[in-house]
Design a protein around this ligand. Structure first.
Ligand SMILES: *[C@@H]1O[C@H](CO)[C@@H](O)[C@H](O)[C@H]1NC(C)=O
Ligand SMILES: *[C@@H]1O[C@H](CO)[C@@H](O)[C@H](O)[C@H]1NC(C)=O
Ligand SMILES: *[C@@H]1O[C@H](CO)[C@@H](O)[C@H](O)[C@H]1NC(C)=O
Ligand SMILES: *[C@@H]1O[C@H](CO)[C@@H](O)[C@H](O)[C@H]1NC(C)=O
Ligand SMILES: [Zn+2]
Length: 345
């Protein structure tokens, strides 16, 4: 273990740059979920993904960030986030009707691809893509700046991290998790996931994790995803920009800011993995009689036993204030990728 870790670290400069709630974050979320899914969910996912390896979810966790850069997948760029038109740090909130524009958003996408992942009338390739999107989007929706419109989700707030100029969105996606873990290889994700899974079972999250599945409605993807988005969005007001954007713009954030952010990053990654496990159980078992035992402690989500609600086509809200229309225009003009070279939203 010690040897392979040091070999990995020696190779780091040769590896491609990490991207988005970066490969490290997404793979860690996936490994945590692997630790908690039921055996039948594991069998379902391994069969659909045609991967019976010990990293079957982690292997596809970042696929969506590659796919959206292709011509075929370009439409999916807007599905990695929801631009909440709230007013941090004074007030934080997510309003699906207000915030999900006609091109769709992460909440409509989770709902849509949840249904498609278990729709056996679709070509297998579409079912596979749907499952890969769900695995990825459950990660993204737990990154506070993926559920916030302010300054294009922090992409236009230039900051410095360990002397390197980057932006606020990017340090939440990658720099801060990578500094904590000390790398971004698959093995680093697996080790971080093991640590966080232990915290969930017997450690600092053991009590709180019982409530992390509250709000899951296994017949309603929009409702469930809105609960997760609202949870992450609240951190924008109390941790991401507690004193507003200007207080961090241009600042070096490796010190006190990092120290305050790290517990939130760990918590959000842990919640994302735990909730992903429960949601995959919902998908794999058809929405009824969910048995999320995993390592033996996961509570059952509430079971309503009905069919999953279809997602309506999104209609753009007609009740937006002028500043909201402008914020949405700025986001569309900016595009779907973040500003730092080689690092995507
Ligand atoms: C799930 O699979 C594991 C490993 O294959 C096995 O040890 C365990 O008994 C299984 N659990 C159930 C409930 O079948
Ligand atoms: C911070 O920057 C210094 C100087 O460039 C470098 O030696 C060090 O490894 C960096 N630390 C991290 C955690 O990236
Ligand atoms: C969890 O709750 C129990 C009972 O209230 C308490 O004794 C224990 O210290 C708590 N554990 C943690 C890690 O907070
Ligand atoms: C659901 O996903 C499919 C495939 O990507 C897409 O064609 C369709 O427009 C989506 N529906 C909604 C309501 O988002
Ligand atoms: Zn993403």
């Amino acid at each position: 273990m010690a040897v392979s870790k040091s070999v990995l670290l020696a190779l780091l400069p040769l590896l491609p740059q990490a991207s988005a709630w970066g490969a490290l974050g997404h793979e860690t979320v996936a490994f945590i979920a692997q630790n908690f899914v039921s055996n039948s969910t594991r069998a379902f996912a391994q069969a659909l993904l045609a991967d019976d390896s010990s990293s079957y979810l982690a292997n596809v966790a970042s696929w969506a960030d590659t796919y959206r850069l292709t011509t075929e997948g370009a439409f999916s760029g807007s599905l990695h986030y929801i631009d909440s038109l709230d007013n941090p740090p004074t007030s934080c909130n997510v309003d699906y009707e207000r915030d999900c524009p006609e091109e769709g958003c992460i909440i409509s996408a989770i709902a849509n691809y949840t249904i498609r992942a278990k729709d056996t009338s679709l070509p297998v390739i579409e079912q596979q893509k749907a499952l890969k999107w769900v695995i990825h989007f459950l990660g993204d929706i737990h990154q506070p700046l993926h559920v916030e419109n302010l300054e294009v989700g922090g992409n236009t707030i230039a900051v410095s991290f360990n002397g390197t100029t980057t932006n606020l969105h990017h340090i939440w996606d990658s720099n801060m998790p990578e500094k904590l873990v000390g790398g971004y290889a698959l093995a680093d994700a697996k080790a971080w996931a093991a640590t966080l899974s232990t915290e969930i079972i017997t450690g600092k999250y053991a009590n709180a994790s019982a409530s992390w599945l509250d709000g899951i409605d296994d017949t309603d993807g929009v409702k469930s995803a809105t609960v997760w988005a609202t949870d992450a969005n609240a951190r924008v007001c109390d941790v991401v920009v507690p004193e507003g954007a200007e207080s961090v713009r241009g600042a070096e954030l490796q010190g006190a800011y990092y120290d305050a952010a790290i517990p939130v990053i760990q918590l959000q990654i842990a919640k994302a993995g735990y909730r992903l496990a429960a949601w995959l159980d919902v998908i794999a078992t058809g929405g009824t009689k969910v048995q999320s035992r995993g390592m033996g402690i996961m509570r059952r989500p509430r079971v309503y036993g009905g069919e999953m609600k279809e997602v309506r086509a999104i209609t753009e809200s007609e009740n937006l204030e002028p500043w909201m229309l402008e914020a949405r225009r700025v986001r569309r003009a900016f595009g779907w990728n973040c500003g730092a070279e080689g690092h995507e939203h």
